[in-house]
Write a new protein. Structure first.
Length: 131
């Protein structure tokens, strides 16, 4: 399908993901850039781009991209919030509670009702206070 139509955004997204799995981040970035030029709002692509940024250590860029994907109090936020919380957990485990707190605050500013985030926030406060 892709060889026949190089404008196939899902195919480019999947091929880029395979490049990430092969640790060929430069190739993944090229495929994602082509796909984004064709459809800048394709959610699976944006999630993969965030994953690529995380793999490259560009956590702030990844978080900003993911936060931009959140819709106010929407059930569609689940995958995005899980990705954000994984970054927050990583940073909290590394002792960077400020970064983790900022992620939680930014999520809650868009999705005030998310119970997973509220629970994580409680656990983060406990860990931060050493209790």
């Amino acid at each position: 399908a892709f060889i026949e139509d190089p404008r196939n955004v899902p195919a480019l997204t999947n091929l880029g993901y395979l490049d990430v799995l092969d640790n060929n981040l430069a190739e993944a970035e090229k495929k994602y850039a082509k796909a984004k030029a064709l459809d800048p709002d394709y959610k699976p692509l944006l999630l993969n781009i965030a994953g690529l940024k995380i793999a490259k250590g560009e956590l702030i860029e990844a978080v900003n991209l993911l936060i931009g994907m959140l819709k106010a109090d929407s059930k569609e936020n689940d995958k995005v919030i899980k990705a954000l919380l994984s970054v927050a957990v990583f940073k909290a485990n590394a002792g960077d509670f400020k970064f983790a707190d900022e992620i939680v605050s930014r999520i809650l500013s868009k999705d005030k009702m998310n119970m997973d985030v509220k629970e994580f926030s409680k656990q983060l406060k406990i860990k931060k206070n050493g209790k």
